[in-house]
Design a protein. Structure first.
Length: 456
């Protein structure tokens, strides 16, 4: 398949951002080169009939969501921000389309899973190394995110970074220094770019556990199973080092999917209860955690106020922070606040249709002895999405790259099954619309009462 090389390079490039620590790469427009390679490969695959024009189950609703965002930007976003907002989400959306439509076999699905797993393990390695790195002085370039450039001096506190060696007029901080120019945030490990938030780093690497299980599930070789355990433990360690409470919940959600599948709901609940003490290993406590929670509730209340201002369009994509000093800290609040009621419906519809093929496949192929790959990947894709679903309650992931890569993987899974079993169907009807509306608008209806109980 000609799509995979360019697509693999594109996904790896966006996750790992190698141009930020291999500076010579900045001389090339690699993002656009990889996009062109992936799109060109998709066209060649279609011409040679290596793939079929099978629309992913999420394609129509995701395209409607994308169209609504474009209309929303045209109506609500100031002229100075329109182009950047369009380009940012267009890159994410086209990547989703390339994954969802370019993957139409289980072999291609495995290749993309390996590519993603490589990226996730690279991030995990970086986080673990960073957690054990030396303390060093940073010349601060972004005060709010505490991002900066290490200047080579060691330190114990930020006060050590002053003195005659400091640049006049510059702000400094003392943080742990990791590989590839990464730095921690108050002892919380993180990466770069869209993963500079420790919570988002923990979310994306938790999906790697599902991929590890999916890739080794059908192998009986002991060495692969040992490596799988090592990888899962390494990811768990990195999640601990992020100090993300949501990250710990996300990790348990992935394991919970497999517990439910293997042992049933009752034993899965027991397993989760046994794992709850592990929450003490990760996550912040005390005043920092309390302030974070209060700030989140304030943002949710502001999101409801924004919806009241314009229930149709919301305040506009990317405009939440123009009305509140923090981001929404909830993907669903962000969606209805910025995109209005219809945007919320399309968003929930996309998530619903991303999950449904896996659920239907597990039901339809439950007793088919020749459908082991279908069941394995249905469960892996389902579990890969659980960290996102958990963290969507705490993070703004509506437009995030990791969300749409997963939606693309669900589309690739659907297309892979459909290409092998053309008669297989994942139906979408009036009953599904009622469920989606109930979830979307039920959330909006219940949220004010929840906030009142919390004093907001």
């Amino acid at each position: 398949m000609f799509t995979l090389p360019g697509l693999s390079a594109l996904v790896t490039f966006i996750y790992l951002r190698p141009q930020e620590f291999v500076l010579i790469l900045q001389k090339l427009p690699l993002l656009y080169i990889f996009f062109a390679a992936a799109l060109g490969g998709l066209v060649i695959d279609l011409k040679l009939r290596l793939i079929k024009p099978i629309p992913a189950r999420t394609l129509l609703i995701a395209t409607l969501f994308f169209g609504w965002i474009l209309l929303n930007i045209g109506v609500k976003v100031p002229a100075a921000s329109k182009v950047s907002e369009i380009i940012t989400f267009t890159i994410v959306f086209v990547t989703y389309v390339l994954i969802a439509q370019g993957i139409q076999s289980f072999r291609a699905l495995r290749v993309m899973a390996w590519v993603l797993l490589f990226s996730f393990l690279f991030l995990t390695y970086t986080g673990i190394r960073q957690a054990h790195g030396p303390m060093g002085c940073l010349m601060i370039e972004n005060y709010m995110a505490r991002l900066g450039t290490p200047d080579g001096r060691s330190c114990e506190t930020a006060l050590d970074c002053g003195g005659v060696e400091a640049e006049p007029g510059e702000a400094y901080d003392c943080q742990r220094i990791g590989p590839f120019g990464t730095t921690a945030l108050n002892e919380r490990v993180r990466y770069r770019g869209s993963l500079q938030d420790p919570n988002e780093l923990s979310t994306v690497i938790c999906g790697g556990v599902a991929l590890i299980i999916g890739l080794v599930a059908m192998s009986r070789k002991l060495r692969w199973r040992v490596l799988a355990v090592i990888g899962a433990v390494a990811i768990f360690m990195c999640v601990i080092y992020t100090q993300s409470r949501g990250g710990m919940l996300a990790y348990m959600a992935v394991i919970g999917v497999y517990f439910i599948r293997r042992y049933g709901v009752k034993y899965a609940v027991i397993g989760v209860l046994c794992m709850l003490p592990l929450m003490a290993l990760g996550g912040r406590g005390g005043e920092a955690a309390s302030a974070s929670t209060e700030g989140r509730y304030e943002a949710w209340r502001s999101g409801l106020d924004m919806l009241k201002m314009d229930p149709v369009f919301g305040v506009g994509k990317g405009m939440f922070t123009e009305y509140h000093h923090l981001t929404a800290h909830n993907s669903h609040v962000l969606t209805f606040a910025e995109l209005g009621l219809l945007g919320m419906f399309l968003w929930v519809s996309t998530l619903y249709l991303a999950f449904k093929p896996s659920v239907v496949a597990l039901r339809d192929f439950a007793d088919d002895p020749s459908a082991g790959s279908v069941r394995t990947w249905a469960l892996a894709v389902l579990a890969m999405g659980m960290p996102l679903i958990v963290q969507m309650m705490f993070l703004s992931l509506t437009y995030h790259f990791m969300t749409w890569v997963w939606v693309g993987m669900t589309g690739g899974f659907y297309s892979a099954v459909k290409s092998h079993v053309p008669d297989w169907e994942v139906k979408f009807g009036l009953f599904d619309i009622f469920i989606i509306a109930g979830i979307a608008y039920g959330f909006i209806a219940v949220l004010p009462f929840f906030l009142l109980l919390k004093g907001f």
